[in-house]
Design a protein around this ligand. Sequence first.
Ligand code: ITT
Length: 192
Amino acid sequence: MAEIIFVTGNRHKVEEASLTLSKYGIRVKMTEFKKVEIQSESLEEIAGNAAQTAANALSASVISEDSGLFISALAGFPGPYSSYVFMTIGCMGILRLMSSQPDKRAQFRCVVAYCAPGAKPILFAGTSLGTVSNSMRGHWGFGFDPIFVPSGKDARTFAEMTTSEKEFLSHRGAAFRSFGQWYEKTNPSSGV
Ligand code: ITT
């Protein structure tokens, strides 16, 4: 099995990525390396820069990932600032901002960046369309999972789904599937 270093401080991301990448014969290893996160409006720039910096510092190929919740009625807020907004106002703060908004549409976006030392990052994106719920529901997952209802299933939030159910519908599942397919093609010996 191939092994790939994932530069992140979020163990939930590692759990979800591991589930997807195991299907492509890739084992995910979390690193202690402190991720460098630039200020930018672009998930692509944030993830790409973090992967490139880590690959050069560690002299190894790595992946990094940046993601966020983009709410239509709030002009895409919190978007690239999702981590900070979650830590400050949290799910309840978002529900308060949304209480007077009839348009509940939102989407999660994820960009995975793969980078080898001395090389440019290669990017893989995934999106999950859905709505913001009226209340927090469920205890699985992390972050804004209790207030996001993905389209195409039922009225459950991500936090009311198992990791496998979420993986099938999520932005992260889509981005890591796309990376897994590319990696399998580029490194044919890595397959299970
Ligand atoms: P690393 O930067 O160390 O990878 P992080 O949690 O800080 O971990 P981000 O900077 O990419 O990650 O912030 C994304 C935030 O968006 C995250 O903290 C959550 O609040 C939210 N988020 C992203 N994906 C999510 C998901 O699948 N479910 C719920 N919330 C999510």
